[in-house]
Design a protein around this ligand. Structure first.
Ligand SMILES: [Ca+2]
Length: 105
C-alpha cells in the first residue's frame, strides 16, 4: 500500500518539471499575459468582449498553437526550421528548478 503511494508521488514529481517546461511563457508572466490577451481578442470572433462556449474552445486551441509556436522557435536555436535532439537537450539544464535542482547527487 505504502509503496504504491510512494510510486505515485514519485511519478507525479517526475512529471511536474516536464509540464512546467512545456510552456515557455512561464519564465515571463508579462509575455504570457500579452499572448493571452492577444489570443482572447482573436478568439472573440463577434467582438463582444466575452467568449461563448465555441469561442472558448477555439481560444484554447489558438493559445496552445501559439505556445507551441513560441516553444518551437525557442528550441530551434539555429533557426533551421527543425529541432534537433541537441537543441532539445540544450533547453533542459536551465529548466531544472524542480526536484532535481533541490537534490544534487
Ligand atoms: Ca464573443
Amino acid at each position: 500500500m505504502k509503496n504504491s503511494f510512494q510510486v505515485g508521488l514519485l511519478a507525479a514529481a517526475l512529471l511536474l518539471p516536464v509540464g512546467a517546461g512545456a510552456f515557455p511563457g512561464h519564465g515571463n508572466p508579462e509575455e504570457m499575459e500579452a499572448l493571452r490577451a492577444e489570443v482572447f481578442a482573436e478568439a472573440d470572433v463577434n467582438d463582444d468582449g466575452s467568449l461563448s462556449v465555441t469561442e472558448f474552445a477555439s481560444f484554447h486551441e489558438l493559445l496552445r498553437a501559439r505556445i507551441d509556436q513560441q516553444r518551437f522557435a525557442k528550441l530551434d536555436a539555429d533557426g533551421s526550421g527543425g529541432v534537433t535532439l541537441e537543441e532539445l537537450d540544450a533547453m533542459k539544464p536551465h529548466r531544472g528548478h524542480g526536484l532535481r535542482g533541490g537534490r544534487r547527487s
